[in-house]
Design a protein around this ligand. Structure first.
Ligand code: ZN
Ligand code: ZN
Length: 273
């Protein structure tokens, strides 16, 4: 069963890349990129705000309806919010040590692709880590049928605009977000600056932060994992935090977890004393 699932994931990742290359080679038009402009921002928010900051770290609270909307946004990139939450909590617990499946010391390939194909944790272990999310039948359904929303979008885009629109609007966001996430997993555990003395090798990396809308402030994140804000200072751009603030202003989310200045100063002092 496990081998079959790994094969399915590996073929899926390879197929998405191949489809994107074919579509680019065939030539794209404005309508294809309009589809991309609609799907990609939602899928990106689905990865950074929904899967990471909400489902894995519960950095804010929200209604059941918006929670489901966030899970659907995560699924637009072929992501699985509850599965990611379980897997990612294990990453934080074992960062850069035995039991971390995407530590750079295991090699670039394993960190970038291998851990996506075989995350190294058993299904029961992942489910245990994210057990509370299974109280929601709609999330359990998405856990079991994680690819369904993205495949539905692909079918709809195919019917509207044909093969190229399906690929540029439906597949390219997932491909780009895969590489953006893997860039954090790899570079932000081996290249960059360390602001806080965490027990892992996590780093802050400006370039990755710019390419991932704030996720690259990864050493900050490992120091304060529940914080909705990864870029803790004004000079650390964090677009995803801006999105969370916008959701908060609109009344869609509340109890946003923030690190107050005093706590930040104490953490700073602990490092520099
Ligand atoms: Zn990490
Ligand atoms: Zn995290």
């Amino acid at each position: 069963m496990k081998n079959w699932q790994q094969g399915y994931r590996g073929i899926g990742i390879a197929l998405l890349h191949a489809l994107v290359l074919v579509a680019l080679w065939r030539g794209t038009d404005t309508a294809d990129w309009l589809a991309f402009a609609v799907v990609y921002p939602l899928a990106a928010i689905g990865v950074g705000v929904a899967m990471h900051r909400y489902f894995a770290h519960r950095a804010f609270r929200t209604s059941r309806v918006f929670q489901f909307a966030l899970a659907l946004m995560a699924a637009l990139s072929f992501g699985n919010a509850v599965h990611f939450a379980g897997k990612h909590r294990l990453h934080h617990r074992h960062s850069d040590a035995e039991g971390d499946v995407h530590a750079p010391h295991q090699g670039w390939w394993q960190c970038w692709f291998g851990s996506l194909i075989d995350c190294g944790y058993s299904e029961p272990k992942i489910r245990r880590e994210a057990a509370h999310w299974f109280d929601f039948p709609e999330l359990s359904f998405l856990y079991r049928h994680g690819s369904l929303p993205a495949l539905t979008v692909c079918v709809v885009l195919f019917l509207i605009g044909g093969f190229n629109m399906m690929v540029i609007g439906g597949c390219l966001p997932g491909v780009l977000l895969l590489h953006q996430s893997s860039a954090v997993n790899y570079f932000c555990h081996c290249r960059g600056q360390r602001a806080f003395a965490t027990r892992d090798q996590s780093t802050n990396n400006l370039l990755v932060a710019l390419l991932t809308y704030g996720e690259g402030w990864h050493n900050n994140h490992h120091r304060f994992p529940r914080s909705a804000r990864a870029g803790l200072y004004w000079w650390q751009p964090d677009l995803f935090y801006g999105v969370i603030c916008l959701f908060e202003t609109l009344g869609l989310v509340w109890e946003v977890q923030r690190i107050d200045d005093q706590r930040l100063r104490r953490a700073d002092l602990a490092l520099h004393s």
